[in-house]
Design a protein around this ligand. Structure first.
Ligand code: FES
Ligand code: FE2
Length: 378
């Protein structure tokens, strides 16, 4: 109960949630998890520092010497394609005085050169140049390379994990296996990145994820334009170890009732809404993909980054179609932002603690809460 939240320890707040119940008996995570600083800090340590985070795109690090930078749970991260073509990830913190080694979002370099005092590292992270540093005792360049991190490429995405010693179940396979099977079948690696939009939302990052994972429960009420093109009766989901997918058949074109703008850019046989634990979503329609990365900015604020991908021939030719598609997504996003901000206010109310799940719709949402709780308890 919200009244009690402030007097409970973090551990008490976490064990209050029972993740072993079947869906018909399950409760949502307690509301305090959505506004409590201690829970947010535990998430930073146990969730974001131990899970695979999408940090950039394959096309940004395609050539030897190309690199990209990112931030995971406050840790500066660097991804580099070395001269042999091997993709590597490092801590982007210089071993001399902790400045960031590379600052640009992405680029091309033969050596990684820190802008503060000019130390240089090669593309495998080895320390090479230390200007005016002769005579320092007990200092070996070999011991002062950039600490490596785990990286995996699943085209067109690059994921990094800060974990030094992953245990079973924390490998990238358990996150990506099912997603990759389907994304390869849909040839998403052939799509081309087109544009990015960012939204800052006044809600906890989990509110946005919950909203994504409610199995289409809010589509008819919050997104009337989208409801007309989706065959809601055929909406279903599949749960995997660290991911799930909601699948919705589109209505046949004669039966579509949506606004013309929506129907013209959302068609095909199915829409697939993938979620990869904890904060990355991939929306796949026929020949269109957009991704949502949700980054916490504080207990009650998050940033959602939308990346849009289209087939190369459309990027080069049918820009009208692309513009319409992005406008439809923007409209849907505005509708989601309004409801997410309202939910955040409601969660902080004294009257709300936990809620229940629709068996028909919300298995995906409970799945998220269960995996989250596992990470917070260990
Ligand atoms: S902090 Fe990088 S060279 Fe000094
Ligand atoms: Fe929505």
């Amino acid at each position: 109960m919200s009244f009690l939240a402030s007097s409970q320890t973090t551990k008490e707040k976490i064990i209050q949630f029972n993740l072993d119940l079947p869906l018909e008996k399950a409760q949502t995570i307690p509301s305090s998890w959505y506004f409590d600083q201690d829970v947010a800090e535990l998430e930073r340590k146990n969730v974001f520092s131990r899970s695979w985070q999408m940090v950039g795109r394959s096309d940004q690090v395609a050539l030897p010497g190309s690199f990209l930078t990112a931030d995971i749970a406050g840790e500066p991260v660097l991804v580099v394609r070395d001269e042999e073509g091997i993709l590597r990830a490092f801590s982007n913190v210089c071993r001399h005085r902790a400045a960031r080694v590379m600052e640009q979002e992405c680029g091309q370099a033969q050596r990684l050169r820190c802008r503060y005092h000019g130390w240089t590292y090669d593309l495998t992270g080895k320390l090479k140049g230390t200007p005016e540093f002769a005579g320092v005792e007990n200092f070996a360049k070999e011991d002062n390379g950039l600490p490596p991190l785990q990286v995996v490429e699943s085209k067109p995405f690059i994921f990094v994990n800060l974990l030094v010693n992953p245990t079973e179940g924390e490998d990238s396979h358990s996150l990506l296996q099912n997603f990759q099977e389907q994304s390869q079948a849909l040839s998403i690696d052939k799509l081309q990145f087109f544009d990015r939009r960012e939204y800052t939302i006044n809600c906890n990052w989990k509110v946005f994820v919950d909203n994504f994972l409610d199995g289409g429960y809010h589509v008819n009420t919050v997104h009337p334009g989208l409801a007309g093109v989706i065959d809601y009766s055929g909406y279903h989901s599949k749960l995997h170890s660290k991911s799930n997918v909601q699948i919705s058949p589109f209505r046949s074109s004669e039966k579509q009732k949506g606004e013309a703008a929506t129907t013209s850019v959302r068609s095909g046989d199915y829409a697939y809404y993938w979620w990869l634990f904890p904060n990355f979503m991939v929306n796949l329609y026929s020949g269109v993909m957009d991704t949502n990365l949700v980054l916490p900015l504080g207990v009650d604020r998050c940033r959602v980054i939308f990346d849009f991908y289209f087939p190369t021939e459309q990027v080069e030719g049918k820009q009208d179609h692309i513009k319409k598609s992005i406008d439809v997504s923007h409209q849907i996003q505005q509708e989601d932002i309004d409801i997410c901000e309202e939910v955040q206010r409601g969660l902080q109310s004294r009257s709300f603690d936990t809620g229940r799940f629709s068996l028909k719709r919300e298995a995906t949402g409970y799945h998220f809460h269960q995996i989250l709780a596992q990470y917070l308890k260990t």
